[in-house]
Design a protein around this ligand. Structure first.
Ligand code: ZN
Ligand code: ZN
Length: 233
């Protein structure tokens, strides 16, 4: 079965995400665009995942619980889980390794919302910062929980595993990497032959509603479910 998806979307919880990236707006926009599955991956937090999952369940779109964690090497890693509890368990590990307080005037609001788009809280942590966790440690913790890690936007010059480490440590338990622009894939493969051994995922990294992908990235899965998608990551 072929699904069309966007597995990297920021909600209003991310300081850099628009405040109208609400659970309802994200799910409705994804439906409008004809996507089968999405993931909300806020910086170092998964506190809006529950609301988006509830709406996804109601409206018939698969929502993979996720988070974009920043390692101590300033590498962005997309972490995906089979269920909300595992995502929230991992979130606690992230919080235990995250210091500082957000300044909303400088970095932006970090809104926690319910499935009615009501603001039910403000996250005070410095979600835009680095955790004290290494790339290796993050992959280890996520995989141990049955989740999968996908290094984010490896074609970017900042916050990517390739820009910051220079290569992908070959013993990392990952199968796929993400690119922000499919047009960059050919050049990347030429420059980093190592990438030929990995699956390549394209997602939007949307911080604004209009940036959520159209039907442009497809994945062959055994079943239309979170598990079906995780099995391909
Ligand atoms: Zn990122
Ligand atoms: Zn992102």
């Amino acid at each position: 079965m072929n699904l069309t998806l966007d597995l990297h979307i920021h909600s209003a919880l991310s300081p850099c995400g628009d405040n109208d990236m609400t659970p309802n707006n994200i799910v409705n926009m994804a439906l409008l665009k004809g996507l089968d599955a999405i993931a909300v991956t806020d910086h170092n937090s998964a506190e809006n995942v529950e609301a988006v999952m509830k709406l996804g369940f109601e409206k018939g779109i698969v929502v993979v619980p996720g988070m974009e964690v920043q390692s101590k090497e300033e590498v962005h890693l997309l972490c995906y889980f089979s269920d909300l509890d595992r995502a929230l368990g991992f979130q606690q590990r992230v919080y235990d390794n995250l210091e500082g307080e957000n300044n909303p005037d400088y970095f932006g609001d970090q809104l926690i919302m319910d499935e009615m788009d009501r603001v039910v809280g403000h996250n005070r942590r410095l979600l835009i910062g680095s955790t004290n966790l290494s790339v290796e440690r993050i992959v280890d913790l996520v995989v141990r929980e049955g989740g999968r890690v996908v290094p984010a936007h490896v074609d970017k010059k900042a916050y990517s595993i390739i820009s910051n480490l220079g290569f992908i440590p070959p013993d990392l338990d990952i199968k796929s990497v993400e690119v922000s622009r499919p047009g960059n894939i050919a050049g990347l493969l030429q420059q980093y032959g190592q990438l030929k051994g990995y699956g390549i995922i394209h997602s939007s990294d949307a911080h604004r509603l209009g940036d959520i992908l159209e039907r442009e990235f497809f994945m062959e899965v055994e079943e239309k479910s979170i598990r079906g998608i995780l099995a391909q990551l």
